[in-house]
Design a protein around this ligand. Structure first.
Ligand code: ADP
Ligand code: MG
Length: 236
């Protein structure tokens, strides 16, 4: 377990994919995360709800190791990948190069090919990011996360800018990818239906803590038999 060290995040090995203990982060006078506790189990799918400004992105940044100023205990086992609301592709690199960016493994090219195939973007591998549709850019962002083979996949409102039909397709894609690769997923969303549809566990962040938590009862419509998709296929 992580030990609490004031003024610093401690990173230690733990049986859970991630464990957060008394995580505290403020900006100026404002305390955004207030001794927050959270444990993420290997392979689970969590949806994180909360009002705008409640600290969801701040929590994700700390989990991703992008925040040096949070205090408290944080332990993450294995690798973490993040996909943001805006895909944040580097505009002067083609899609394939965006996926392999910073990936220091010998078979990076092959891994990127495979990830792009998985998200259905093989034909856009050589495209410039600015020529992609919103859904394609989000797929590229998912491929970039997947290629890192994460144990913990952090998704910060990745679907909110997409139109409804694209969103349904990408929901399906995320569930498919999750069921194959089985990373733990922490998905930030504003959409309660989306949370209940995708997640095993729904958390609500309020007043700097996990204020509410509920397990989503199984069985739920998932994967190929998802009713949204079935009716969508009928319409198309
Ligand atoms: P959420 O993702 O839940 O909408 P955020 O984690 O982005 O919320 O932000 C939580 C609060 O922290 C907000 O009040 C926001 O203005 C503030 N905040 C976030 N990042 C910074 C920063 N880098 N500097 C100052 N304030 C910040
Ligand atoms: Mg946010």
């Amino acid at each position: 377990m992580a030990t609490r060290v004031p003024g610093a995040l401690t990173r230690t090995a733990a049986p859970a994919v991630a464990a957060v203990e008394a995580l505290t982060r403020g900006f100026g006078e404002r305390t955004v995360l207030d001794r927050l506790d959270l444990e993420i189990t290997r392979g689970e799918f969590i949806a994180l709800l909360g009002r705008s400004g409640s600290g969801k992105s701040t929590l994700l940044r700390a989990l991703a190791g992008l925040d040096d100023e949070a205090e408290g205990g944080l332990s993450v086992t294995g690798s973490v990948a993040v996909a943001f609301q805006e895909p944040r592709l580097v505009p002067w690199k083609r899609v394939h190069a965006n996926v392999t960016l910073g990936l220091a493994v010998p078979d990076a090219k092959e891994k990127a090919d495979a990830a792009l195939a998985e998200v259905g973007l093989t034909e856009r591998a050589g495209a410039w990011p600015l020529t992609l549709s919103g859904g394609e850019a989000q797929r590229a962002s998912l491929a970039r996360a997947l290629v890192r083979d994460p144990d913990l996949l952090l998704l910060d409102e990745p679907f909110s800018a997409l139109d409804a039909l694209t969103r349904i397709t990408i929901h399906q894609l995320v569930l498919d990818l999750w069921s194959v690769h089985r990373p733990a997923v922490l998905l930030v969303t504003h959409d309660v239906d989306e949370a209940l549809l995708l997640a095993d566990r729904v958390l609500v962040l309020d007043q700097g803590r996990i204020a509410h938590e509920s397990a989503v009862p199984a069985p739920r419509p998932r994967h190929r038999d998802h009713p949204d998709l079935t009716s969508l296929r009928r319409t198309l």
